[in-house]
Design a protein around this ligand. Structure first.
Ligand SMILES: [Zn+2]
Length: 86
């Protein structure tokens, strides 16, 4: 079994979108962008991102960081993970 399971529905989730970009932010500032696969429960439609690569796509010290974030944002493919959110 490699796919996530929805606890509420006892159902295996299905891959909804490959290569979803997730920017990790602390105090409103991004420092890493990761790529993962987005899965969705076929019953309640809740979605999760999992299946991360071994390394982030980019980190702030890389010159490519701003370009990657801009491209993923324009493509509507970027979500933000606020690590300091409760
Ligand atoms: Zn569900």
């Amino acid at each position: 079994m490699t796919r996530p399971v929805c606890v509420s529905c006892c159902a295996e989730m299905r891959c909804h979108k490959n290569s979803r970009a997730v920017e990790v932010q602390v105090k409103g500032r991004g420092y890493q962008v990761w790529s993962g696969d987005e899965y969705q429960c076929p019953s309640c439609l809740v979605r999760v991102v999992t299946g991360w690569g071994r390394q982030p796509m980019a980190e702030t010290f890389m010159s490519s960081y701003v370009v990657i974030v801009s491209e993923e944002l324009e493509a509507g493919n970027l979500i933000v993970l606020r690590e300091d959110a409760t």
